[in-house]
Design a protein around this ligand. Structure first.
Ligand code: FMN
Ligand code: SF4
Length: 678
């Protein structure tokens, strides 16, 4: 029996949890028609199989029709959910993993233009900044129905084989009632804390009556809103004591903060560059003061901190949620003493930002997450060993090399630079985004363990590649900044990468022109603004930096807004002209023929990259497939056909930005889905 504190069982009432690691509830927006179907089940099943003790499924599963599914939540108010839940719970129980589900009414944290177009309801008329619906203030008949809805939904979850449920009370209807900021009700549900808690205590009572004692009922709640006029730590403690006093609540899952704005949410769920485990000691205090089984998650990405949380008695169960999105095998690797093999969560929060902007959660560097039905988390060894040459050691090339190494192939990587990393290495130049380099470092370690050979400082020519007698060549040479976007004066501008790499010093009065809308423009702007310069960030789009997304924008704004920075949307840089020591920017717009001129001493352009593809085109005639990728084979996981050129001597593929400017996830996904079948 292991002595590792993390691997000790935990007795939660009648339920034995086999270790101390849990996945806290998180809605990855995978439901189909509001139901947790095969994709959903497969996502949890693989993590259950790998040893996590408890998976809290869903996130904000809706108990009522007037809690519209704003991020494709599970519709727990429908009877048809029960068989889908049953399949999910059966699959997880098969691996001795406890399964629960988070139920909620979102209150105002949604929008009426989703689901059945019912008005959002809350304990006031005030809208939430993040979701923007102006809610209806609840009436007594809303309250009665919603209480009954909770009990009905809980009963469905029990019928579906769940071990328990967690009620959500941070930013949702329950704590909208609790918080003086969001409760303007008179009468029995407004005013005193007793009144503000009345609704949630009535829900708890109704649920407990319905599900009986042999079913776990917990609550995930904010014990300190950290908000002017909101729930204070003292009041949070009092709430916890009152929850305990009901005798009907089995665990507390502690949150600190408020989530009504993007910055608030980002402090509750910190992104990369923010402190690890910022609320762990706070959760420990609540556990000590209240004396109830206590769970908590908030950027505890590494095993050492998780172990500390349990060993010091701060928590009973430690949540490692994004850590499990990045690597489902966390617990198995701990048990096998292979902690160094855990694919690290780098805090990019691409996962969470995507549920709003792109419709499903995907991990920036684990493309198998959320694609368990088609992509492997563990790569099987190939039947036939091949010689694989990879050109380029950016994220695409490193993933190709890793997967080819796992397949058991003989792999060699050529890289012109002295280090691996490509654009990720540049990204990691910013202190705040330093964690990104783990995407490369983890792959390097995995490659070296599989004897992948690296030739750095080597600008491979076609003959060098052919001289290796490869079976397969993968060109992952990436791209170079594309700044030739002006009708005149392209030679007067520099790229965002020039600034980030430190190759060009920031000017004093700088235009950052961003029509790619991704990180490099803001990253360059941040470096320039920090030097004391005046910066104007201009985009032809309706909003700036759309691909940076909500939570990732927060640290940029915190860094930029207190400096001399202006944001200009809907204007397009047309041309640049030298005027003495300055550069005149000719600025137009897509909306009319209006133009104007402004002077800067530096213009920085972010317009994606242009593929570095010379080598690929040189190799093409020598290849068996003439570089072609059959898309059906790629998508449905079959080996690529290679008969296009009978004189060819190797298979040739091009991946990542060497094809077209995309992002890190796209580059890594390109590599995984191609190389897993080689
Ligand atoms: C994609 C995604 C969706 C989430 N949705 C919910 C949710 O619906 N309800 C909830 O209580 N927490 C939700 N969370 C927050 C997580 O439960 C967890 O608190 C957070 O990710 C911090 O823990 P971690 O650093 O271990 O990931 C979500 C997180 C992610 C990544
Ligand atoms: S996208 Fe980033 S934060 Fe989310 S799981 Fe992957 S590495 Fe972690």
């Amino acid at each position: 029996m292991s002595k590792d504190p993390l691997l000790q069982p935990y007795q939660l009432k009648h339920l034995t949890l086999k270790n101390r690691i849990m996945i806290t509830s998180h809605e990855p927006a995978y439901p189909e028609d509001g139901m947790p179907k095969d994709r959903y089940r497969a996502y949890h099943e693989v993590r259950a199989k790998a040893g996590v003790a408890l998976t809290m499924t869903a996130g904000s599963a809706a108990v009522s029709r007037n809690s519209p599914p704003v991020f494709n939540n599970i519709l727990a108010y429908k009877d048809e959910v029960v068989p889908w839940i049953k399949r999910l719970t059966d699959a997880c129980h098969e691996h001795d993993c406890a399964v629960m589900i988070q139920l909620t009414h979102l209150g105002r944290r949604t929008h009426w233009n989703k689901g059945d177009w019912l008005p959002a309801v809350s304990s006031s008329h005030e809208r939430e900044a993040a979701h923007r619906a102006f809610p209806k203030q609840v009436e007594e008949w809303d309250i009665a129905r919603i209480i009954a809805d909770y009990a009905d939904a809980a009963e469905r979850m029990k019928a579906g084989g769940m071990d328990g449920i967690e009620l959500q009370a941070y930013g949702h209807l329950m704590d909208q009632f609790w918080s003086p900021v969001t409760n303007t009700l008179d009468g029995p549900y407004g005013g005193s804390l007793e009144n503000r808690m009345r609704f949630s205590l009535q829900v708890i009572e109704a649920v407990r009556q319905r599900v009986g004692d042999d079913f776990i009922l917990g609550i995930r709640f904010t014990a300190d809103e950290d908000l002017d006029g909101g729930i204070t730590e003292d009041e949070g403690l009092e709430i916890a004591r009152r929850l305990k006093a009901t005798g009907q609540v089995d665990f507390l899952n502690v949150i600190r903060g408020h989530i009504d704005t993007d910055p608030g949410l980002t402090d509750v769920i910190p992104v990369q560059g923010m402190r690890n485990a910022p609320h762990l000691d706070f959760a420990g205090r609540i556990k000590k003061e209240v004396g109830m089984p206590t769970f908590h998650a908030a950027k505890i990405p590494d095993v050492a901190t998780a172990r500390h949380a349990i060993a010091e008695g701060l928590l009973d169960m430690v949540g490692m949620t994004r850590a499990h999105m990045a690597d489902p095998m966390v617990v198995r690797k701990i048990a096998e003493k292979r902690e160094g093999d855990i694919r690290p969560c780098v805090g990019a929060t691409y996962c969470l930002d995507r549920i709003y902007q792109a419709g499903d959660a995907l991990c920036i560097h684990n493309p198998a997450t959320g694609r368990e039905l088609t992509m492997p988390h563990e790569i099987p060894v190939a039947d036939t060993k091949k010689k694989v040459v990879v050109v380029g050691a950016g994220p695409a090339g490193m993933e190709a090399a890793r997967v080819a190494g796992e397949r058991g192939h003989d792999v060699i990587v050529f890289e012109a630079a002295p280090h691996a990393g490509g654009q990720v290495r540049l990204t990691a130049q910013s202190e705040r985004r330093r964690e990104m380099i783990s995407i490369i470092d983890w792959r390097m370690d995995q490659c070296l363990a599989k004897d992948v050979k690296f030739r750095f400082n080597t600008f491979a020519e076609a003959e060098d590649i052919a001289g290796e007698n490869p079976d397969v060549v993968i060109v992952a040479t990436g791209g170079l900044p594309h700044t030739e976007v002006l009708s005149e004066g392209n030679d007067l501008v520099v790229s965002a990468w020039d600034i980030i790499a430190g190759d060009v010093k920031p000017g004093k009065r700088v235009l950052v022109y961003d029509d790619a809308g991704d990180h490099p423009a803001l990253q360059a702007a941040e470096m320039i603004a920090k030097s004391g310069a005046h910066v104007e960030i201009m985009t032809p789009d309706r909003s700036f930096a759309p691909d940076v997304m909500a939570m990732n924008l927060v640290p940029y704004m915190r860094s930029l807004q207190d400096k001399d920075v202006r944001f200009t949307v809907t204007y397009r840089l047309k041309a640049a002209k030298r005027s003495g020591n300055l550069i005149t920017a000719v600025v137009g717009t897509d909306y009319s023929s209006h133009t104007e001129e402004r002077e800067f001493d530096q213009i920085v352009v972010n317009h994606g990259t242009i593929p570095m593809d010379e080598l690929y085109f040189e190799l093409k005639p020598m290849s068996k497939n003439l570089g072609a990728v059959q898309q059906e084979a790629l998508i449905f996981g079959r080996p690529q056909p290679l008969e296009a050129n009978p004189d060819g001597t190797f298979a040739l593929f091009r991946i990542g930005d060497a094809v077209a400017a995309r992002n890190t996830h796209a580059a890594i996904y390109d590599a995984l889905r191609l190389v897993k079948d080689i």
